[in-house]
Design a protein around this ligand. Structure first.
Ligand code: SF4
Length: 500
């Protein structure tokens, strides 16, 4: 996929009950999940009442081996948390990016706390005001600061950790999958009442190490077994006896459907179903729903790598040859500093190379995971035409995106979404395709194995699981249709927030 869409974060945390160093597990857990956040990474460990922290910009694999060895000494302790991040909130200059790096800490009245979080807060305006009353001069670096400070404020009011988390679940609207450490080394995790972002729990074979990870690949790389997906509204702690789970809030589950199509690694699994199997089924379903297009096509190709498994499904169901005609420029990575808005378009063309000999004179089905702005797809189609493709049909595994995301994906406005303004045949004309065939919403739901009411489908249906997000989406849509110029996350503007 080439739309450069980003998710907020990936988290990993672990405790070694044998009291040995936990840092190597966090390093590998984050390295396996770097796809969830390219801009920055951070590690935090705990020993004898102290937090030890290292936060930096850039990718985890870029850390030099000598630095990793040095950090063994600088990041001591048997319990720790880590984070990879791409900012979907706050400022994007270098200083702000470093300030927004996780894990974050907060301290007050002899109490302190550290957390690593994945997701996005919707009621930021309200929370910033509330926190400033307890923390005059509160400095907002990211939504993680809001959660960490809210949790700490609840602890300073005499609540125990479980009660403090429960109150946070009531006070904060949005997606939040959190792992954290208290000042006495208590290791915990929790999820928002809708369970919008993933977070799973697992252990080592000898049951010495227990861990939380955004995706199962963070456990796999460490050789850990996966125990369970943290449930919506669930609070989990770890003791000598292993995991202890308690449900603190009850609401409908609303797991992000876009995780299946794009964000998660294909070898991760949610609720016992591998993502690659679901993507294959997306491809099979597109064939069943578009028989005329399939009949006319000569071959199928995919946009690597998120389109690959679905293209295999198209090949299996249709019998069309799957040609590996698109190849990634291996060392063209998505670096934060070249993904600022003004440079976005210039980088689109640099990631994928197309094998002209494969597509010349052919009617081609191109499988991609989504169309957001449409600019990437348009560039790809232009390239295919230049290479001599006779017809280009787009098979898109995620349904038409018609609204923004409030829960941690950088689709903040209606204006940036080609699907918010145009029907599929209009989109085909704009991007130069012979047809654009989207996955149906029912087909998507069926392939995931989840029930429809267990998924968040907000950006494709306009129906958001949380109430404030729904009111803001409705207000934003009204203004968008009236020609209002959106300038970013509108719910961070007090005037709009107050109206909703
Ligand atoms: S709005 Fe879309 S991208 Fe955002 S959480 Fe819901 S399904 Fe995922």
């Amino acid at each position: 996929m080439g739309e450069h869409l980003k998710i907020a974060c990936g988290v990993f945390g672990a405790i070694n009950l044998k009291k040995q160093s936990v840092f190597p597990y966090i390093y590998w857990g984050l390295r396996a999940q770097n796809h969830r956040g390219h801009q920055s990474h951070g590690f935090l460990t705990f020993l004898n009442g102290e937090f030890y922290i290292h936060r930096s910009l850039d990718l985890v694999p870029k850390i030099r081996a000598s630095a990793i060895h040095e950090w063994f000494g600088r990041l001591p302790g048997h319990v720790g948390i880590g984070n990879v991040r791409y900012t979907t909130s706050g400022k994007t200059d270098e200083k702000s990016l470093i300030e927004g790096t996780q894990p974050v800490t907060a301290s007050k009245s002899g109490l302190k706390l550290a957390i690593s979080f994945n997701g996005n807060v919707v009621n930021t305006v309200q929370l910033k005001k509330e926190i400033s009353e307890d923390f005059p001069g509160f400095s907002y670096g990211s939504d993680a600061d809001l959660i960490c400070h809210k949790l700490l404020i609840n602890l300073t009011k005499g609540k125990n950790l479980e009660e403090a988390v429960k109150t946070c679940m009531e006070e904060i609207e949005g997606a939040f999958s959190v792992t954290g450490i208290t000042k006495d080394g208590r290791f915990f995790a929790f999820k928002d009442p809708y369970g919008i972002r993933p977070l799973c729990a697992g252990h080592s074979a000898d049951k010495d190490i227990y861990a939380f990870s955004s995706e199962t690949v963070g456990l796999d790389i460490n050789g850990f077994y996966r125990d369970f997906e943290v449930e919506p509204g669930e609070f989990v702690t770890v003791s000598e006896n292993g995991f202890s789970r308690v449900k603190l809030a009850k609401d409908r589950k609303a797991f992000c459907a876009f995780e299946f199509a794009y964000f998660a690694r294909p070898d991760s699994f949610f609720d016992d179903k591998h993502v690659y199997e679901i993507r294959e089924e997306f491809g099979r379903n597109l064939v069943r729903e578009n028989p005329e297009v399939v009949k006319d096509a000569d071959m199928v190709i995919s946009m690597p790598e998120t389109g690959d498994d679905a293209a295999f499904g198209v090949h299996e169901e249709s019998g069309l040859r799957w040609e590996r005609a698109t190849r990634r420029h291996r060392y063209v990575t998505e670096r934060a500093f070249i993904l600022l808005e003004r440079e976005r378009y210039a980088t689109i063309d640099k990631k994928i190379n197309i094998l002209a000999s494969k597509v010349k004179g052919k009617k081609v089905i191109v499988v991609d995971d989504s169309i957001v702005r449409g600019d990437t797809t348009r560039v790809t189609i232009e390239k295919l035409r230049r290479m001599g493709a006779k017809k280009v049909y787009m098979f898109v595994t995620f349904p038409r995106i018609i609204g923004p995301c409030f829960y941690g994906i950088d689709m903040a406005t209606y204006g940036q979404l080609i699907g918010a303004k145009h029907a599929p045949d209009e989109i085909a004309k704009i991007i130069g395709a012979d047809a654009v065939c989207y996955q149906s919403i029912d087909g998507l739901v069926r392939a995931t194995g989840f029930r429809k009411d267990e998924l968040c489908l907000g950006c494709i249906t306009g129906e958001y699981p949380t109430p404030l997000a729904q009111r803001i989406a409705d207000e934003m849509r009204k203004r968008f249709l009236e020609g209002y110029e959106e300038t970013g996350r509108l719910y961070e503007i007090s005037e709009i927030f107050d109206k909703c």
